[in-house]
Design a binder for this molecule. Structure first.
Ligand SMILES: C[S@@+](CC[C@H](N)C(=O)[O-])C[C@H]1O[C@@H](n2cnc3c(N)ncnc32)[C@H](O)[C@@H]1O
Length: 250
């Protein structure tokens, strides 16, 4: 018998605005304020924090108001360069208790990163997969919090191709329920930019394609041009599936 789906309590917000010159092509990775507030609210002060796919440590700084100074934060990434930046920043900011270590968040068990300590929260911001959710579930004790953000399939939907890492609401609910999590916060947040003419999107937002170097190889660049030349004026430049869940049943 399958696991019954969790009743949906999804918030959905789409913000549409006109493009203005100087908009950052990295908008898709912007951290959601509502998600961050929900996560901070679910965390006891002094908690231990494990961040997988930590990059340059953005999550550790965003949650420092909860774990610092009496708790700790461990970031894991498979790339050394962002880890070195994160370590440098932690030193300059005086964040004792922050560690950044190299590891494979989809291949290793999280006990390997934790040195016998139990995290109160595991985060995965734009580095999320079923393998990560399974490991987070095994690393957390009942009551612990798993918070993640994944791309939603609507990101760049105008190019006709969703990210292979994108997650939909229903599959995420099923995955989390199967791992024994109860949702506290579920949200899909989209930002749509409206352009006056195709050239504005191509030249000013995508810098002639330089901001999306792989799109020429995988066909998305041609699909984007066809969409704009066919009269398309809007682009979904940010679409995130945001989730906070607690281990265990309510
Ligand atoms: C889009 S970045 C997000 C970085 C950070 N979480 C943030 O939001 O600023 C994804 C990060 O996940 C890391 N990553 C991807 N797969 C990984 C894996 N299996 N194990 C560890 N890190 C991984 C990448 O190296 C990269 O730093």
């Amino acid at each position: 018998m399958g696991i019954p789906p969790i009743p949906a309590a999804w918030q959905r917000e789409t913000r549409v605005r006109a493009f203005s010159p100087g908009e950052d092509p990295g908008l898709h990775a912007g951290m959601g304020e509502a998600w961050l507030e929900a996560l901070r609210g679910a965390l006891p002060l002094g908690a231990g924090h494990l961040d997988v796919g930590c990059g340059r440590g953005r999550m550790a700084w965003a949650l420092a108001c909860r774990w610092f100074p009496s708790g700790w934060s461990t970031g894991v990434d498979r790339e050394e360069a962002p880890l070195a930046e994160a370590r440098g920043l932690a030193g300059r900011m005086g964040f004792q208790g922050a560690r950044f270590i190299r590891g494979d968040a989809e291949g290793e068990e999280y006990a390997a990163f934790l040195g016998g300590r139990a995290p109160g929260v595991v985060t995965a911001h734009l580095c999320m997969s079923p393998a990560i959710a399974e490991r987070a579930s095994r690393a957390l004790s009942p009551g612990g919090v798993f918070a993640f953000v994944a791309f939603h399939p609507d990101l760049w939907k105008e190019t006709g191709r969703a990210s292979r890492f994108a997650l939909r609401e229903e599959e995420t609910d099923h995955l989390l329920a199967s791992l024994g999590f109860t949702p506290l916060f579920q949200r899909v947040e989209r930002d749509v930019l409206r352009f006056r003419e195709p050239r504005e999107a191509v030249e000013q937002f995508f810098q002639g394609g330089r901001s999306v170097p792989r799109w020429r190889e995988d066909g998305r660049w041609d699909a984007l041009l066809a969409y704009l030349e066919g009269g398309g004026t809007t682009l979904t430049v940010r679409a995130q599936l945001q989730y906070v869940a607690r281990k265990g049943r309510p």
